[in-house]
Write a protein that binds this ligand. Structure first.
Ligand code: LLP
Length: 386
Protein backbone atom coordinates (compact mmCIF):
# COMPACT_ATOMS: atom_id res chain seq x y z
CA UNK A 1 0.00 0.00 0.00
CA UNK A 2 1.13 3.53 -0.74
CA UNK A 3 2.68 5.36 2.19
CA UNK A 4 5.49 7.88 2.56
CA UNK A 5 7.38 5.19 4.53
CA UNK A 6 7.51 2.53 1.86
CA UNK A 7 8.35 5.13 -0.74
CA UNK A 8 11.44 6.08 1.31
CA UNK A 9 13.08 2.80 0.31
CA UNK A 10 13.16 4.04 -3.26
CA UNK A 11 15.27 7.05 -2.31
CA UNK A 12 18.12 5.88 -4.54
CA UNK A 13 16.02 5.47 -7.68
CA UNK A 14 16.33 8.09 -10.34
CA UNK A 15 13.24 10.28 -10.49
CA UNK A 16 10.68 10.84 -11.87
CA UNK A 17 9.02 7.45 -11.79
CA UNK A 18 5.55 5.92 -11.60
CA UNK A 19 4.98 3.93 -8.45
CA UNK A 20 2.36 1.18 -8.88
CA UNK A 21 0.57 -0.32 -5.92
CA UNK A 22 -0.42 -3.70 -7.35
CA UNK A 23 -1.88 -4.83 -4.03
CA UNK A 24 -4.35 -1.96 -4.14
CA UNK A 25 -5.06 -2.73 -7.79
CA UNK A 26 -5.97 -6.30 -6.86
CA UNK A 27 -8.24 -5.15 -4.03
CA UNK A 28 -9.98 -2.74 -6.40
CA UNK A 29 -10.45 -5.43 -9.04
CA UNK A 30 -11.75 -7.87 -6.49
CA UNK A 31 -14.28 -5.32 -5.18
CA UNK A 32 -15.50 -4.56 -8.71
CA UNK A 33 -15.64 -8.22 -9.78
CA UNK A 34 -17.61 -9.20 -6.66
CA UNK A 35 -20.19 -6.44 -7.05
CA UNK A 36 -20.59 -7.14 -10.78
CA UNK A 37 -21.02 -10.85 -10.14
CA UNK A 38 -24.07 -10.20 -7.99
CA UNK A 39 -25.90 -9.00 -11.14
CA UNK A 40 -24.05 -11.20 -13.68
CA UNK A 41 -22.66 -8.03 -15.27
CA UNK A 42 -19.76 -8.28 -17.74
CA UNK A 43 -16.96 -5.78 -17.13
CA UNK A 44 -14.37 -4.85 -19.74
CA UNK A 45 -11.30 -2.90 -18.70
CA UNK A 46 -10.73 0.20 -20.88
CA UNK A 47 -7.06 -0.18 -21.88
CA UNK A 48 -6.77 3.46 -22.82
CA UNK A 49 -6.65 4.34 -19.11
CA UNK A 50 -3.40 2.42 -18.65
CA UNK A 51 -1.77 -0.21 -20.84
CA UNK A 52 1.21 -0.93 -18.64
CA UNK A 53 1.87 -4.68 -19.06
CA UNK A 54 2.00 -5.54 -15.36
CA UNK A 55 -1.28 -3.75 -14.86
CA UNK A 56 -2.90 -5.55 -17.82
CA UNK A 57 -1.68 -8.97 -16.74
CA UNK A 58 -3.05 -8.39 -13.25
CA UNK A 59 -6.44 -7.23 -14.56
CA UNK A 60 -6.99 -10.15 -16.92
CA UNK A 61 -6.38 -12.59 -14.04
CA UNK A 62 -9.63 -11.33 -12.51
CA UNK A 63 -11.63 -12.38 -15.58
CA UNK A 64 -12.30 -8.92 -17.03
CA UNK A 65 -12.75 -8.36 -20.75
CA UNK A 66 -10.90 -5.62 -22.65
CA UNK A 67 -12.24 -2.43 -24.22
CA UNK A 68 -9.83 -1.25 -26.92
CA UNK A 69 -9.68 1.81 -29.18
CA UNK A 70 -6.93 0.88 -31.62
CA UNK A 71 -5.65 -2.20 -33.40
CA UNK A 72 -2.52 -2.03 -31.24
CA UNK A 73 -4.63 -2.06 -28.07
CA UNK A 74 -6.52 -5.11 -29.37
CA UNK A 75 -3.23 -6.93 -29.98
CA UNK A 76 -1.75 -5.84 -26.66
CA UNK A 77 -4.81 -7.01 -24.71
CA UNK A 78 -4.65 -10.45 -26.30
CA UNK A 79 -0.86 -10.68 -25.80
CA UNK A 80 -1.34 -9.89 -22.10
CA UNK A 81 -3.84 -12.72 -21.67
CA UNK A 82 -7.30 -11.24 -22.32
CA UNK A 83 -9.44 -13.72 -24.15
CA UNK A 84 -10.30 -12.53 -27.73
CA UNK A 85 -13.95 -13.40 -27.14
CA UNK A 86 -14.01 -10.78 -24.39
CA UNK A 87 -12.44 -7.98 -26.48
CA UNK A 88 -14.53 -5.06 -27.75
CA UNK A 89 -13.20 -2.48 -30.17
CA UNK A 90 -14.55 1.12 -30.22
CA UNK A 91 -13.31 4.35 -31.80
CA UNK A 92 -14.59 6.78 -34.44
CA UNK A 93 -11.68 6.18 -36.80
CA UNK A 94 -10.89 2.50 -37.16
CA UNK A 95 -8.63 2.01 -40.18
CA UNK A 96 -9.14 -0.89 -42.65
CA UNK A 97 -5.88 -2.37 -41.36
CA UNK A 98 -7.13 -2.28 -37.77
CA UNK A 99 -10.51 -3.76 -38.70
CA UNK A 100 -8.80 -6.58 -40.63
CA UNK A 101 -6.51 -7.29 -37.67
CA UNK A 102 -9.47 -7.47 -35.29
CA UNK A 103 -11.35 -9.76 -37.71
CA UNK A 104 -8.32 -12.05 -37.88
CA UNK A 105 -8.16 -12.15 -34.10
CA UNK A 106 -11.89 -13.02 -33.81
CA UNK A 107 -12.74 -10.39 -31.22
CA UNK A 108 -16.11 -10.37 -29.48
CA UNK A 109 -17.48 -7.16 -31.00
CA UNK A 110 -16.83 -3.96 -32.90
CA UNK A 111 -18.55 -0.99 -31.27
CA UNK A 112 -19.46 0.78 -34.50
CA UNK A 113 -19.59 4.58 -34.53
CA UNK A 114 -21.01 5.48 -37.98
CA UNK A 115 -23.14 4.09 -40.81
CA UNK A 116 -20.14 4.20 -43.13
CA UNK A 117 -18.04 2.17 -40.70
CA UNK A 118 -20.81 -0.45 -40.58
CA UNK A 119 -20.64 -0.78 -44.37
CA UNK A 120 -16.84 -1.01 -44.37
CA UNK A 121 -16.80 -3.71 -41.68
CA UNK A 122 -19.37 -5.70 -43.68
CA UNK A 123 -17.22 -5.47 -46.84
CA UNK A 124 -13.98 -6.37 -45.07
CA UNK A 125 -15.61 -9.30 -43.28
CA UNK A 126 -17.08 -10.50 -46.59
CA UNK A 127 -13.63 -10.46 -48.20
CA UNK A 128 -12.46 -12.79 -45.44
CA UNK A 129 -15.66 -14.89 -45.48
CA UNK A 130 -16.18 -14.01 -41.85
CA UNK A 131 -19.07 -12.74 -39.78
CA UNK A 132 -18.23 -9.63 -37.76
CA UNK A 133 -20.14 -9.20 -34.52
CA UNK A 134 -21.12 -5.59 -33.94
CA UNK A 135 -22.83 -3.34 -31.44
CA UNK A 136 -23.93 0.14 -32.49
CA UNK A 137 -22.47 2.94 -30.42
CA UNK A 138 -25.32 5.40 -30.08
CA UNK A 139 -24.84 9.01 -29.04
CA UNK A 140 -27.72 9.41 -26.56
CA UNK A 141 -27.36 13.18 -26.02
CA UNK A 142 -27.02 12.79 -22.24
CA UNK A 143 -24.99 15.38 -20.33
CA UNK A 144 -22.34 13.68 -18.19
CA UNK A 145 -21.84 16.80 -16.01
CA UNK A 146 -18.09 16.44 -16.14
CA UNK A 147 -15.29 18.50 -17.73
CA UNK A 148 -16.28 19.54 -21.30
CA UNK A 149 -13.12 17.95 -22.72
CA UNK A 150 -14.09 14.51 -21.43
CA UNK A 151 -17.79 14.62 -22.31
CA UNK A 152 -18.61 12.27 -25.19
CA UNK A 153 -22.37 11.70 -25.30
CA UNK A 154 -23.78 15.03 -26.53
CA UNK A 155 -25.04 15.81 -30.05
CA UNK A 156 -22.05 18.11 -30.61
CA UNK A 157 -19.53 15.34 -29.80
CA UNK A 158 -17.99 13.30 -32.59
CA UNK A 159 -18.69 9.97 -30.91
CA UNK A 160 -21.35 7.43 -31.77
CA UNK A 161 -24.29 7.32 -34.16
CA UNK A 162 -26.91 10.04 -33.78
CA UNK A 163 -30.47 8.94 -33.15
CA UNK A 164 -31.65 10.37 -36.49
CA UNK A 165 -29.33 7.95 -38.34
CA UNK A 166 -30.79 4.85 -36.70
CA UNK A 167 -33.43 4.12 -39.36
CA UNK A 168 -30.62 4.06 -41.95
CA UNK A 169 -28.52 1.81 -39.67
CA UNK A 170 -31.47 -0.56 -39.33
CA UNK A 171 -31.74 -0.95 -43.11
CA UNK A 172 -27.95 -1.36 -43.53
CA UNK A 173 -28.01 -4.04 -40.82
CA UNK A 174 -30.82 -5.89 -42.61
CA UNK A 175 -28.77 -5.94 -45.81
CA UNK A 176 -25.37 -6.78 -44.33
CA UNK A 177 -24.83 -10.49 -44.62
CA UNK A 178 -21.43 -10.49 -42.98
CA UNK A 179 -22.54 -8.70 -39.86
CA UNK A 180 -24.15 -10.13 -36.78
CA UNK A 181 -25.91 -7.42 -34.83
CA UNK A 182 -25.35 -8.01 -31.12
CA UNK A 183 -26.72 -4.91 -29.48
CA UNK A 184 -26.22 -1.30 -28.52
CA UNK A 185 -23.35 0.56 -26.90
CA UNK A 186 -23.03 3.91 -25.10
CA UNK A 187 -20.29 5.90 -23.41
CA UNK A 188 -21.18 9.40 -22.30
CA UNK A 189 -18.01 10.65 -20.64
CA UNK A 190 -15.42 10.14 -17.97
CA UNK A 191 -14.80 11.08 -14.31
CA UNK A 192 -18.53 11.08 -13.59
CA UNK A 193 -19.12 11.57 -9.89
CA UNK A 194 -22.81 12.45 -9.96
CA UNK A 195 -24.38 9.00 -10.20
CA UNK A 196 -27.76 10.50 -11.23
CA UNK A 197 -26.18 10.87 -14.67
CA UNK A 198 -26.17 7.07 -15.06
CA UNK A 199 -29.87 6.99 -14.22
CA UNK A 200 -30.50 9.36 -17.16
CA UNK A 201 -28.35 7.12 -19.34
CA UNK A 202 -30.43 4.06 -18.36
CA UNK A 203 -33.64 5.83 -19.34
CA UNK A 204 -32.17 6.56 -22.81
CA UNK A 205 -30.85 3.02 -23.22
CA UNK A 206 -34.34 1.70 -22.46
CA UNK A 207 -35.81 3.94 -25.16
CA UNK A 208 -33.27 2.89 -27.79
CA UNK A 209 -33.57 -0.76 -26.93
CA UNK A 210 -37.37 -0.56 -27.26
CA UNK A 211 -36.94 1.18 -30.63
CA UNK A 212 -34.88 -1.74 -31.99
CA UNK A 213 -37.10 -4.43 -30.53
CA UNK A 214 -40.22 -2.81 -32.00
CA UNK A 215 -38.53 -3.20 -35.39
CA UNK A 216 -37.88 -6.88 -34.89
CA UNK A 217 -34.22 -6.79 -33.81
CA UNK A 218 -33.06 -8.89 -30.89
CA UNK A 219 -30.51 -7.21 -28.66
CA UNK A 220 -28.28 -9.61 -26.79
CA UNK A 221 -25.88 -6.95 -25.50
CA UNK A 222 -26.55 -3.68 -23.73
CA UNK A 223 -23.15 -2.02 -23.28
CA UNK A 224 -23.35 1.09 -21.09
CA UNK A 225 -19.65 2.05 -21.32
CA UNK A 226 -17.60 3.38 -18.43
CA UNK A 227 -17.14 6.74 -16.80
CA UNK A 228 -17.30 6.09 -13.07
CA UNK A 229 -15.12 8.73 -11.39
CA UNK A 230 -12.65 8.53 -8.52
CA UNK A 231 -12.01 10.78 -5.53
CA UNK A 232 -9.05 12.93 -6.62
CA UNK A 233 -9.52 15.22 -3.60
CA UNK A 234 -8.89 12.32 -1.28
CA UNK A 235 -6.56 9.68 -2.76
CA UNK A 236 -6.81 7.63 0.41
CA UNK A 237 -10.44 6.99 -0.44
CA UNK A 238 -9.03 4.23 -2.58
CA UNK A 239 -11.79 1.96 -3.82
CA UNK A 240 -14.73 3.47 -5.74
CA UNK A 241 -18.24 2.59 -4.63
CA UNK A 242 -18.93 -0.11 -7.22
CA UNK A 243 -21.93 -1.32 -5.23
CA UNK A 244 -23.80 2.00 -5.56
CA UNK A 245 -22.77 2.28 -9.21
CA UNK A 246 -24.05 -1.13 -10.31
CA UNK A 247 -27.18 -0.71 -8.18
CA UNK A 248 -28.30 2.20 -10.39
CA UNK A 249 -28.23 0.00 -13.49
CA UNK A 250 -29.94 -2.85 -11.65
CA UNK A 251 -32.70 -0.45 -10.69
CA UNK A 252 -33.20 1.60 -13.86
CA UNK A 253 -32.10 -0.50 -16.83
CA UNK A 254 -34.68 -2.78 -18.47
CA UNK A 255 -32.92 -6.09 -19.04
CA UNK A 256 -34.59 -9.10 -20.61
CA UNK A 257 -33.86 -12.67 -19.49
CA UNK A 258 -31.52 -13.35 -22.44
CA UNK A 259 -29.73 -10.02 -22.38
CA UNK A 260 -26.23 -9.29 -21.10
CA UNK A 261 -25.22 -5.97 -19.56
CA UNK A 262 -21.65 -4.89 -20.35
CA UNK A 263 -19.52 -2.14 -18.79
CA UNK A 264 -16.21 -0.57 -19.84
CA UNK A 265 -14.45 0.80 -16.79
CA UNK A 266 -11.04 2.42 -16.97
CA UNK A 267 -10.30 5.09 -14.39
CA UNK A 268 -12.28 3.51 -11.55
CA UNK A 269 -10.18 0.33 -11.75
CA UNK A 270 -6.70 1.81 -11.97
CA UNK A 271 -6.84 5.51 -11.04
CA UNK A 272 -5.85 5.32 -7.38
CA UNK A 273 -3.25 2.59 -7.89
CA UNK A 274 -0.34 4.77 -8.96
CA UNK A 275 1.53 7.89 -7.88
CA UNK A 276 4.02 9.89 -9.86
CA UNK A 277 7.14 10.27 -7.73
CA UNK A 278 9.35 13.25 -8.33
CA UNK A 279 12.19 15.14 -6.71
CA UNK A 280 12.47 18.86 -6.00
CA UNK A 281 15.08 20.40 -8.25
CA UNK A 282 14.79 23.94 -6.99
CA UNK A 283 12.79 26.09 -4.59
CA UNK A 284 12.43 29.59 -5.96
CA UNK A 285 11.13 32.08 -3.41
CA UNK A 286 9.75 35.29 -4.84
CA UNK A 287 7.86 38.44 -3.92
CA UNK A 288 4.60 37.37 -5.53
CA UNK A 289 5.00 33.62 -5.72
CA UNK A 290 7.04 30.77 -4.35
CA UNK A 291 7.79 28.02 -6.82
CA UNK A 292 8.69 24.40 -6.22
CA UNK A 293 10.27 23.10 -9.41
CA UNK A 294 9.95 19.34 -9.73
CA UNK A 295 11.81 17.02 -12.06
CA UNK A 296 8.41 15.70 -13.33
CA UNK A 297 6.26 17.81 -15.56
CA UNK A 298 3.41 17.78 -18.06
CA UNK A 299 5.43 15.32 -20.13
CA UNK A 300 4.90 12.69 -17.41
CA UNK A 301 1.39 13.81 -16.35
CA UNK A 302 -0.58 15.85 -18.84
CA UNK A 303 -3.96 15.98 -17.06
CA UNK A 304 -3.45 19.25 -15.10
CA UNK A 305 -2.24 21.07 -18.24
CA UNK A 306 -4.95 19.60 -20.45
CA UNK A 307 -8.04 19.62 -18.22
CA UNK A 308 -6.96 21.77 -15.26
CA UNK A 309 -7.27 18.50 -13.36
CA UNK A 310 -6.55 18.37 -9.64
CA UNK A 311 -4.05 15.80 -8.34
CA UNK A 312 -3.04 15.88 -4.70
CA UNK A 313 0.60 16.86 -4.27
CA UNK A 314 2.48 15.65 -1.17
CA UNK A 315 5.95 16.27 0.18
CA UNK A 316 7.03 12.77 1.31
CA UNK A 317 10.28 13.92 2.89
CA UNK A 318 8.86 16.48 5.33
CA UNK A 319 5.86 14.66 6.78
CA UNK A 320 6.72 15.80 10.31
CA UNK A 321 7.60 19.42 9.50
CA UNK A 322 5.11 21.88 10.96
CA UNK A 323 6.04 25.10 9.19
CA UNK A 324 3.98 25.50 6.04
CA UNK A 325 4.41 27.76 3.00
CA UNK A 326 2.22 28.38 -0.07
CA UNK A 327 3.84 27.25 -3.29
CA UNK A 328 3.05 26.90 -6.96
CA UNK A 329 4.26 23.40 -7.84
CA UNK A 330 5.58 23.29 -11.40
CA UNK A 331 7.58 21.09 -13.75
CA UNK A 332 10.71 21.73 -15.82
CA UNK A 333 9.01 21.93 -19.24
CA UNK A 334 9.13 25.16 -21.24
CA UNK A 335 5.40 25.84 -21.08
CA UNK A 336 3.48 27.99 -18.62
CA UNK A 337 0.75 25.34 -18.33
CA UNK A 338 3.36 22.93 -16.93
CA UNK A 339 1.97 23.23 -13.41
CA UNK A 340 0.59 20.75 -10.88
CA UNK A 341 -1.19 23.37 -8.80
CA UNK A 342 -1.11 26.91 -7.57
CA UNK A 343 -0.89 28.30 -4.03
CA UNK A 344 -0.70 24.88 -2.42
CA UNK A 345 -0.02 24.88 1.31
CA UNK A 346 2.88 22.46 1.90
CA UNK A 347 5.53 21.75 4.52
CA UNK A 348 8.52 24.07 4.03
CA UNK A 349 10.31 22.37 1.17
CA UNK A 350 13.96 22.00 0.22
CA UNK A 351 15.92 20.95 -2.83
CA UNK A 352 16.10 17.14 -2.97
CA UNK A 353 12.76 16.47 -1.23
CA UNK A 354 10.71 13.61 -2.66
CA UNK A 355 7.17 14.44 -3.85
CA UNK A 356 4.17 12.28 -4.74
CA UNK A 357 1.51 13.33 -7.21
CA UNK A 358 -1.35 11.08 -6.32
CA UNK A 359 -4.15 9.28 -8.19
CA UNK A 360 -2.18 8.99 -11.42
CA UNK A 361 -2.96 5.39 -12.38
CA UNK A 362 -5.45 6.40 -15.08
CA UNK A 363 -4.57 8.56 -18.10
CA UNK A 364 -1.18 9.33 -16.54
CA UNK A 365 1.68 7.33 -17.97
CA UNK A 366 -0.27 6.52 -21.16
CA UNK A 367 -0.58 10.19 -22.07
CA UNK A 368 3.09 10.96 -21.49
CA UNK A 369 5.16 12.47 -24.28
CA UNK A 370 8.82 13.07 -24.93
CA UNK A 371 8.35 16.76 -25.67
CA UNK A 372 11.58 18.62 -24.83
CA UNK A 373 13.24 15.25 -25.55
CA UNK A 374 12.36 13.96 -22.12
CA UNK A 375 13.58 10.45 -21.23
CA UNK A 376 11.17 7.50 -20.98
CA UNK A 377 9.55 6.77 -17.67
CA UNK A 378 10.77 4.34 -15.04
CA UNK A 379 8.31 2.14 -13.11
CA UNK A 380 8.32 0.77 -9.61
CA UNK A 381 5.84 -1.97 -8.70
CA UNK A 382 5.27 -2.43 -4.97
CA UNK A 383 8.83 -3.37 -4.02
CA UNK A 384 10.31 -4.01 -7.42
CA UNK A 385 11.96 -1.67 -9.88
CA UNK A 386 11.48 -2.45 -13.58
N1 LLP B 1 -15.39 3.30 -23.16
C1 LLP B 1 -15.15 4.21 -24.10
C2 LLP B 1 -15.76 4.06 -25.43
C3 LLP B 1 -14.34 5.33 -23.82
O1 LLP B 1 -14.11 6.25 -24.74
C4 LLP B 1 -13.75 5.46 -22.52
C5 LLP B 1 -12.89 6.60 -22.19
C6 LLP B 1 -14.01 4.44 -21.58
C7 LLP B 1 -14.85 3.38 -21.93
C8 LLP B 1 -13.42 4.45 -20.18
O2 LLP B 1 -13.86 5.54 -19.46
P1 LLP B 1 -13.50 5.66 -17.89
O3 LLP B 1 -14.19 4.54 -17.16
O4 LLP B 1 -12.03 5.59 -17.74
O5 LLP B 1 -14.03 6.99 -17.52
N2 LLP B 1 -7.90 11.40 -20.83
C9 LLP B 1 -9.06 11.76 -20.07
C10 LLP B 1 -10.12 10.68 -20.10
C11 LLP B 1 -10.55 10.29 -21.49
C12 LLP B 1 -11.54 9.16 -21.51
C13 LLP B 1 -11.72 8.63 -22.88
N3 LLP B 1 -12.67 7.56 -22.99
C14 LLP B 1 -8.65 12.10 -18.64
O6 LLP B 1 -7.46 12.08 -18.34
O7 LLP B 1 -9.49 12.45 -17.82
Amino acid sequence: MFSPKNIAQFAEIETPFYYYDLELLKKTLEACANEAKAYKYHVHYALKANFNENVLKTIQEFGFGADCVSGAEVEKAIECGFSPNKVVFAGVGKSDKEINKALDLDIFAFNVESVQELEVINELAKAKSKIAQVALRINPNVDAHTHANITTGLDENKFGINSWDLPLCASVLRNSENIKFLGIHFHIGSQITNLEVFKHLCIKVNEFSAWFEERGFTLKVLNVGGGLGIDYMNPNNQIPDFKEYFKIFAEFLNVGPHQEVHFELGRALVGQCASLISRVLYVKLGRKKNFIILDAGMTELMRPALYQAYHQVENLTRIDVEKTVKYDVVGPICESTDSFGKEILLAETQRGDLFAIRSTGAYGEVMASNYNLRPSIVHVYDNEVK
